[in-house]
Ligand binder design. Structure first.
Ligand code: BG6
Length: 481
């Protein structure tokens, strides 16, 4: 069956930076199903050729050295543009006519990609329904929705309800680009395609788990969005909880959309609710020095640009094992890593007995140095029985030669076209994730909020966050790849 991908918000940054380059790469690799058309929709007036020419320029820039003019020339004729306004019903009628025309009235699967302002998601879906564009009489109809999916539990539920008025859950693909990253998918492989790690992956052997998403960048020109969002909404409700779910979930019986997501959702159900003093003892919030001077940030803003949370997953596997999640802007370097810290040996008989070797850890480097390291204690040569931490290193990049790892959007777009929703968030999953973040946001807005700690950029967040770990006889794995 042929396909049409309709991108709403076609003149936006995401379309030129990520979506079109990803579709072009899929085409260049021969992965895009034959007869796939791409239709961009936004308010600006463009001729098809004008849009193609501007995309050619941006794609050659963002696709990097793999860009080939000859391949672009075979891709460009399948790209079209239709101007239209999401608030205007007539625009959807014209779009419907245009799609029928280019599809020649043949049975065609369609994917509608909402890359518009989030405030327009519900309206866009309603208009698709009203114009008959969601009906599956003439092929499958799917909708991809970008983040943020709501701004809290209430708005996420409202958004789910309005989308469900038009599309069934099976037709909805809520995107979280972290799930499209090769190294995130590799967590499934590491855990469930090996027998050596799984027996250790539980409360009997694991002391704690750390998930860090550090970014060197600050908010730049994004104050309008960021100041109302902050780090919890921007990174935790989606990306970081996704990493946590995949790290903590039970093995599904089959790798399919329903079973994988059933297991992920069970993790969220098991998360212990914070109450009372927990918000002060288990959460840290910070703001980098200089945030208030960023263009567009309101005076005295209390928006957090750093957070560290200590969460517990109360189930048979993880009871009592803390999950430390942290993320911040203006940190020491860009790194996303998951550290499985194993327990110490029960009795250390070698070397400096006062030294606590936290040596047994598995580090999954999600980016930018994609790989896996296993840390363990070894004997220092020619030094009696002194030990030190050594590691085995696996590097993803080396294993695929010189080629760059594919961008997350390639995998996600292809999966949506092919109807595989395993790497997309389900409605209940998104709501449960908000159910974890909402109480923290509320506590942070209350008089009992923990202090908003200031931190210098270029370091690892507030120094108090290191002391907090130290007081728990643990330490952050502050290592730049
Ligand atoms: C986005 C956030 O979802 O993810 C940004 O809105 C953040 O603030 C970005 O910078 C990080 O994505 P990546 O793929 O660069 O780690």
């Amino acid at each position: 069956m042929s396909n049409t991908i309709v991108i709403f918000g076609a003149s936006g940054d995401l379309t030129s930076r990520k979506l079109i380059p990803a579709l072009y790469q899929l085409h260049a690799k021969g992965r895009l199903p034959e007869n796939t058309r791409i239709v961009g929709v936004s308010r600006s007036p463009f001729e098809h050729d004008e849009w193609r020419a501007s995309l050619r320029e941006t794609t050659s820039k963002f696709a990097g050295k793999s860009f080939s003019s000859a391949k672009w020339d075979t891709f460009a004729p399948s790209v079209f543009y239709q101007s239209g306004d999401i608030k205007d019903a007539a625009s959807f009628q014209s779009l419907s006519d245009f799609l029928t025309e280019i599809e020649g009235g043949k049975t065609t699967g369609r994917v509608y990609y909402l890359s518009t302002m989030p405030q327009l998601y519900a309206t866009a879906v309603e208009q698709l329904g009203a114009a008959g564009l969601a009906s599956e009489e003439n092929g499958t109809r799917r909708v991809i929705i970008e983040k943020p999916f709501g701004t809290d539990l209430k708005t996420a539920k409202e958004l789910n309800a309005s989308i469900h008025n038009v599309f069934d859950e099976e037709q909805i693909y809520r995107i979280d680009h972290y799930l499209g990253k090769e190294t995130v998918q590799n967590i499934f492989a590491l855990r469930f395609a090996n027998s050596i790690f799984e027996p250790l992956w539980n409360r009997n052997y694991v002391d704690h788990i750390q998930i860090t998403v550090a970014e060197e960048v600050v908010i730049g020109r994004r104050a309008g969005y960021y100041d109302t969002s902050g780090i919890l909404r921007d990174m935790f409700q989606n990306h970081i909880l996704q990493l946590m779910m995949i790290t903590a979930m039970e093995p599904p019986a089959r790798y399919d959309g329903t079973m994988v997501r059933d297991e992920k959702v069970k993790v969220l159900h098991a998360m212990r609710k914070m109450t009372g003093g927990d918000f002060a003892s288990q959460t840290i919030r910070g703001q980098y020095r200089g945030y208030l001077e960023e263009e567009g940030v309101p005076p005295g803003s209390q928006t957090a640009t750093y957070a560290a949370l200590k969460l517990y997953c109360d189930n048979w596997r993880w009871r009592g094992v803390p999950f430390y999640l942290r993320s911040g802007k203006g940190m020491s370097c860009r790194t996303t890593q998951i550290v499985i810290q194993f327990k110490n040996v029960p009795h250390m008989m070698f070397g400096d007995k006062s030294r606590v070797p936290m040596g047994n850890r598995l580090v999954m480097q999600v980016q930018p140095a994609e790989g896996i390291q296993l840390h363990f204690e070894t004997k220092v040569p020619d030094a009696g029985m002194k030990t030190r931490t050594s590691h085995l290193d696996f590097n993803f990049q080396d294993s695929i030669g010189g080629d760059a790892l594919p961008d997350a959007y390639q995998r996600l777009l292809l999966d949506a076209v092919q109807g595989d929703a395993s790497l997309f968030a389900r409605g209940d999953e998104v709501e449960l994730a908000w159910g974890i973040i909402d109480p923290i946001l509320e506590a942070w807005n209350s008089p009992a909020a923990p202090p908003l700690l200031q931190y210098e950029t270029g370091l690892w967040g507030p120094t108090e966050a290191s002391e907090w770990m130290y007081n728990q006889k643990r330490e952050w794995f502050d290592v730049c790849p």
